[in-house]
Write a protein that binds this ligand. Structure first.
Ligand SMILES: CSC[C@H]1O[C@H](OP(=O)(O)O)[C@H](O)[C@@H]1O
Length: 358
């Protein structure tokens, strides 16, 4: 069992030059196992089997995976190198469809390598860009935590779902970031974590993370959410995101939409916490977000034990989409978006484009 250590904010991915060290999230909370990923196939498998999961962490792992595999590309010209690099990028991009951070991170690396004038320089630029993505994400999440914390006050009871925590990002998390910062600032908040069937990211990961950090966390099953809001006086809800479209519609773990509807029914603020890297302004609305459907055995089995009859039909979408009208605010590293999301997001990315070009 893990010691309650107020200063413990766990990390899930570490670059080791010739391999990637990965906290195996499938083994938590019972085992803290670190895997050494050496090939692009190892990284693809880790992402598809949720050994690493969480939009930003998936992007970081894929970025290091591409940099690692590109180091072994044998190419007698830059054109040949870029062709092989793009093929490896496409392979990793196909590991999971919903979290836009995966494609965003891989595209950043391919773009960075375009600046090279030699194959060796391209390989070095890829490593530097992957490290930059991880370092940036840590500060991004800390800023999200600061901005989200401004929404809460001591004594608040905040509900969350899935795990948008430190191990789902470079550090701190998105939805969980304010709880880490509140602990550091001695602001007492109570967190109510939904277990998050079928993969149990809430029960296994959020409860584990927050307990380790000494944060007051209460675990509930997903179907207890409404009764908990009513009987415990939940003051707000904050969740992560996997893809946010131009109008603010947000894909997140399955069950998030339920909470947004309940939040409206109970007149409770519903916040999404996400970095700009989780926005996809190329999509007009949530209707266009690809929703991953996963192995039916995630639903019919629990820790390998069958809990449903053989032959039953199963529908296992890993995400749902919350329409922007149910979202009180979207907390980013640049501040909190409210109201007319379409124009706010358009302006945000116009500023971002100008910033990047400057
Ligand atoms: C900051 S993590 C974002 C997001 O990712 C999780 O999905 P999964 O565990 O399937 O990777 C969940 O939707 C989190 O809210």
């Amino acid at each position: 069992m893990h010691e309650n250590n107020n200063n413990c904010i766990p990390r899930s991915v570490e670059w080791k030059e010739t391999s990637i060290s990965l906290l195996n999230q499938q083994k938590l909370p019972h085992e803290t196992e670190y895997l050494e990923l050496k090939t692009i196939e190892d990284v693809w498998d880790a992402i598809t089997t949720l050994k690493v999961r969480g939009a930003p962490a998936i992007g970081i792992a894929a970025a290091f995976g591409l940099a690692l595999s590109a180091a072994d590309i044998s190419a007698d010209s830059l054109d040949s190198f870029h062709r092989q690099l793009n093929s490896q990028k496409d392979y990793l991009a196909g590991s999971r469809p919903t979290a836009v951070n995966l494609a965003w991170a891989l595209d950043r690396l391919v773009k960075a390598a375009q600046k090279a004038i030699s194959v060796n320089e391209a390989k070095t630029l890829l490593i530097h860009e992957a490290i930059r993505i991880q370092v940036e994400d840590e500060e991004t999440c800390r800023l999200i935590g600061e901005n989200a914390l401004s929404l809460f006050k001591a004594g608040d009871k905040v509900m969350t779902i899935c795990n948008a925590g430190s191990i789902a990002t470079a550090k701190y998390g998105t939805a969980l970031a304010p709880f880490y910062l509140a602990k550091q600032k001695d602001i007492s908040l109570e967190v109510y974590a939904c277990e998050t069937r079928p993969v149990l990211q809430g029960a296994r990961l959020t409860a584990w993370e927050l307990l380790q950090a000494g944060v007051d966390v209460t675990l509930i099953t997903d179907n207890m959410a409404a009764h908990t809001m009513k009987s415990k006086g939940i003051t707000s809800i904050i969740v992560g995101a996997d893809r946010i479209t131009a109008n603010g519609d947000t894909a997140n773990k399955i069950g998030t939409y339920n909470l947004a509807i309940l939040a409206k029914a109970f007149d409770i603020p519903f916040y999404v916490a996400a970095p700009l890297s989780t926005f996809d302004p190329s999509l007009d609305s949530g209707k266009s977000i690809p929703i991953e459907e996963r192995n039916p055995e995630e639903v019919t089995h629990l820790h390998g034990v069958r809990i449903a009859p053989e032959g039953v039909n199963v529908f296992n979408p890993a995400f749902d989409v919350t329409p922007s009208e149910l979202i009180t605010g979207i907390v980013t590293e640049r501040g909190i978006l409210t109201g007319d999301y379409l124009s706010k997001i358009r302006n945000l990315f116009k500023e971002e484009a100008q910033y990047v070009e400057s």
